[in-house]
Write a protein that binds this ligand. Structure first.
Ligand code: ADP
Ligand code: NI
Length: 215
């Protein structure tokens, strides 16, 4: 591990260590590991992927408010450590364009950007993805499920950010769509099983909710 990735790790732990919204340090560590694996499979630049993965949630407006000022902090942090200007710009550009923001629309154009986006999305799937969704909903004060809430299958960025949802609806509003939005073959391969697991969880959840499993 280079010194800079070790320092980025310390910074991310400092900022996200106490998080209970599903964006804690261990989310970062899983995304970093997945990003390195996808980088190896695709030939993407491992340093850029690892750094972007380590810092990717430090400009999330859900957690830290003003995204622009967070991105400026990341830029200065990289400059202070003499990260090559082209790498630094690339890393910041990935972080700025990572979010889902309702539509899956994305300004990511480089292989490294696509790799980190896939890694972040894979961590929203499967058993860990299910756990994170319920953790996030509790953190945000949303219900786990409320059958009277409409499922919004297409939303503007504004609606996605501010609208009322639930953990259950989030599967339909975002998580079940992610498989189709992945960029790399390796991520699609990993997503298969995670996607199936979520579908089977939802079937079970619905059966228990309705009591159809009980007799
Ligand atoms: P990322 O790690 O990509 O920044 P998000 O910030 O979109 O992901 O979400 C973090 C976690 O919280 C994910 O597992 C996601 O599914 C979940 N989550 C995000 N928005 C909602 C929501 N409105 N309701 C329930 N869970 C959510
Ligand atoms: Ni993330």
């Amino acid at each position: 591990m280079s010194n800079i990735t070790a320092e980025a790790e310390i910074w991310a732990k400092e900022k996200l260590g106490g998080d209970s919204s599903g964006h804690d340090w261990w989310h970062i560590e899983r995304v970093r590991r997945l990003a390195l694996r996808l980088a190896a499979a695709t030939g993407a630049n491992a340093f850029v992927c690892e750094m972007a993965a380590l810092l990717h949630d430090l400009a999330d407006e859900k957690l830290f408010g003003d995204e622009e000022s967070c991105l400026r902090d990341i830029r200065s942090w990289l400059a202070e450590r003499n990260v090559a200007e082209s790498d630094a710009e690339h890393i910041v550009d990935i972080i700025a364009n990572l979010g889902f923001k309702g539509g899956g629309r994305s300004g990511l154009t480089t292989l490294e950007g696509r790799v980190v986006q896939d890694a972040d999305r894979l961590d929203a799937l499967g058993a860990v993805g299910i756990a994170r969704t319920f953790a996030y909903s509790g953190w945000k004060g949303q219900p786990m499920h409320d059958p009277s809430l409409p499922i919004r299958t297409s939303m503007t960025a504004e609606e996605y950010r501010t609208g009322k949802s639930s953990a259950y609806n989030h599967f339909h509003e975002k998580l079940l769509k992610l498989k189709e939005l992945l960029n790399t073959d390796e991520a699609r391969r990993i997503a298969e099983d995670r996607h199936r697991y979520m579908e089977s969880f939802l079937r079970r959840f619905e059966a228990e909710w309705n009591g159809t499993d009980a007799w």
